[in-house]
Design a protein around this ligand. Structure first.
Ligand SMILES: *Cc1c(COP(=O)(O)O)cnc(C)c1O
Length: 370
């Protein structure tokens, strides 16, 4: 009745596009937050098959879920509970992004308990001011990392940071700070193989900042990281299509109010089609009166209020019937509304649209492994 159709082949294809754009450096495929709503395990399996170098997640819990599903690829997790105990992460060979001395100490303790060498990526803040060691903390983090390397508890695999995506001047300033922080680490005697800074946007904008790895999320899902450029410009294919089947149609006279608050009133005798998707599925209520959907190749505005479970489309005298397929968004190349358009209607970004899709939607996969 409600389907999220996930085209895994499109995701593998997008990996190839982004790998080529990044000049062949390693790609960390970011699958945090249930792979931006696409299904973390299925996407990770496909990316692993397609030869992704790393999988990126926020939390250790996500990384462990991937391992439990049999994913063997290197996994990097970078956002930790203040009291995180890293024992299970090390037992499962999860690499850790670390930004402070306390977490370094906890990882060293876990390395001692498990007898495993912890592979860590040190995160330096270059201006985003989220996690990452501040300029003032960096020297202390490096000193402690060198000591723990010497004691045999950790191996520093990489140094990384994250851009604010504010504008070119801000990004270039961050790139310069990143280079300086890396240089400082090298001069302090620390050895590491990977520098990684850019996500989808920086990877598309700054060829000089691909270093040894890029961390790609939204572009893998075929979406553009920029509001003013669509993904087709980069040769990316949107991977998620949200559909539902009309559950009821009825003829009503002119002057009828439709759905909560009568945001829509019928102008003439017309047919109303009921679609069983609401804000419980992640369809933003804010898109009421602004977004459109596609039925039988024709686009109709969602002119009435989106409710928890359903919304109603006024299809005029068109031949729309119970069971007809409604596409809420998908690949605009197929003539249906895009996630970008739904995002604009709800005053948000495409990232949020796909990531919030859930509720009673059922995910079905195209191009799944056997
Ligand atoms: C989410 C995230 C990414 C991926 O960002 P996209 O814009 O989706 O490519 C990369 N790095 C970090 C640290 C992230 O949190």
């Amino acid at each position: 009745m409600r389907n999220l159709i996930i085209d895994l082949d499109a995701i593998a294809y997008n990996l190839g596009v982004m790998r080529q754009r990044a000049g062949g450096v390693k790609v960390c495929g970011v699958v945090k937050a249930n792979a931006y709503g696409h299904g973390m395990v299925e996407v990770a399996r496909k990316l692993e098959e397609a030869g992704v170098d790393y999988l990126g997640v926020a939390d250790v819990a996500e990384a462990l879920e991937l391992r439990r599903a049999g994913i063997d690829a290197p996994i990097l997790a970078w956002l930790h509970d203040p009291h995180e105990m890293f024992v299970e992460a090390l037992n499962e060979g999860i690499e850790l992004g670390l930004a402070n001395e306390d977490h370094l100490a906890r990882v060293a303790a876990a390395a001692e308990i498990t007898g495993r060498l912890a592979r860590v990526h040190l995160k330096v803040d270059t201006g985003l001011n989220r996690n990452g060691a501040s300029a003032a903390e960096w020297e202390g983090v490096l000193r402690q990392a060198r000591a723990l390397v010497a004691e045999g508890f950790i191996q520093v695999v990489g140094i990384f940071s994250h851009l604010s995506s504010t504008g070119e001047a801000e990004d270039l300033a961050q790139i310069a700070r990143f280079d300086a922080a890396v240089e400082f680490a090298r001069e302090s005697g620390l050895q590491f193989e990977l520098r990684h800074l850019t996500a989808s946007d920086g990877s598309l904008n700054y060829p000089q900042a691909q270093y040894e790895m890029v961390r790609i999320g939204v572009a893998l899902y075929g979406l553009s990281p920029f509001a003013d450029h669509d993904s087709k410009e980069y040769g990316l294919r949107p991977a998620m299509t949200a559909t539902a089947n009309v559950t009821q149609v009825k003829r009503v006279p002119a002057g009828e109010g439709v759905s909560y608050g009568y945001l829509h009133r019928t102008a003439a005798e017309t047919t109303l089609a009921l679609v069983p998707v609401g804000y419980a599925e992640g369809l933003p209520r804010d898109a009421s009166g602004k977004a459109s959907v596609s039925i039988n190749g024709k686009t109709y505005p969602i002119s009435s209020r989106i409710a928890m479970d359903q919304f109603v489309i006024d299809v005029g005298n068109d031949d729309v019937n119970m069971g007809d397929l409604v596409t809420i968004f998908g690949d605009p190349a197929a003539g249906v509304p895009s996630a970008d358009e739904l995002a604009a209607a709800a005053d948000t970004i495409n990232y949020e649209i796909v990531t919030r899709m859930g509720g009673r939607f059922k995910r079905t996969y195209l191009g799944d492994l056997d």
